[in-house]
Design a protein around this ligand. Sequence first.
Ligand code: PFF
Ligand code: NA
Length: 453
Amino acid sequence: MKDLRQSIHGEWGSRWAFILAATGSAVGLGNIWRFPYVVGEYGGGAFILIYLACILAIGIPVMMAEILIGRRGRQSPINTMRALPAEFGAGRWWQILGWLGVIAGFLVLSFYSVVAGWSLAYVPYTAAGTFTGTETSQVEAIFNDLLASPWQMLFWHTVFMGATAFIVLRGVQNGLERAVRLLMPILFLLLLVMVGYGMGAGAFVEAMDFMFSPDFSAIGGDAVLVAMGQAFFTLSLGLGAIMAYGSYLSKRSSIPGNSGLIAGADTVIALLAGLAIFPIVLAAGLDPDSGPGLVFVTLSYGFGQMPLGALFGTLFFLLLSFAALTSAISIMEPATAYLVETRGWKRPKAAAAVAAAAWLVGIGSLLAFNVWAGFTIAGLNFQELAEYLSTSVMLPLGGLLMALFAGWVLPRSVTTEELALPDWVYRGWLVLVRFVVPAAILVVFANSLGLLG
Ligand code: PFF
Ligand code: NA
């Protein structure tokens, strides 16, 4: 029997609208800011290998599960995780999955918007030629000055959340789709320019060696947890963003095909970002292990050295901010759709409320870089705690629950119909979501808690 229910929020205009929106969600700061900095922190090649294994064996099957749950439920993640368990005789506690995602969303947004604010701040910096011909120490000083200035960061954080809210409340589907279609390829080309620059002027061979020759002796339990968390974060999984987008997906669109395309595009962009950044890092004697500032310092130094750097740099940080915007929109979607459904609010009001709440939580993250730097729990400040809890704990936990729900609660008749795969591929997916994904996530959790010796 065909299920012809539609979401009250409408449906994507075409298969491409979903792919573009979901790719817009996936490709963002996770690829260009976070991927290189965690690779640098956790030592390079071995970390990347574990990350790629997580994308393939955990990320893609969970993405299929998340989209199909969304399309079957046709509501916001919270209400989908109420309706589907009721329909298939499972417990009411499954709705925790929806709430977990909303909470994780606020935590992610709190630092996401601050970092996107850095990217916005770098647009006028690069345009003014601030970095042209400067030494690395001076480029680092400019970044540290930004971190030390809560008012400047508050300004850019506010501009970013304001722009995000504006787009969501205008109900953008069309404009956004066209913009993603145009701007993503330009961002891709700019990354290629930077990789080309690194090949000519940077330490490209050393960078290839750093990224692709694995040294597993440097890998501890925490590195594996961070690699797995990064796989979830970069693919926008475990939070309900992709579930919400899936709930607007037409029945005729292929879930496995879409998942493969989105994950493929995301992985290419992350690897290119690494290939753009590490040749400059290694040639300029910068420290790969320098944390969240790595990309801002490295790339602005690179733009300062290369021909037409001010132009490329301005364009780059503008496009990076836009890529962050299309991701932030998706992070807001579960909470926004929930308010529309349960409170009967109009979309603009719901979006404004979610953005305002996220803006407030974000102030905690931006103060963690200066005024509140001394307030720590287990050695982590507010921003580090928000980042660690959301990406390394809550997203994998959300993904674990989604895999279990799709694998064990939804009847096979439903999942076969949704996925429409050849039988042997379907069986492979089922084995992954039933056994492999849950076991892998639990083992990684246990390992990083030190429970496995
Ligand atoms: N995938 C986004 C990135 O890589 O920047 C971040 C993100 C978006 C995480 C949406 C989680 C999410 F639900
Ligand atoms: Na990503």
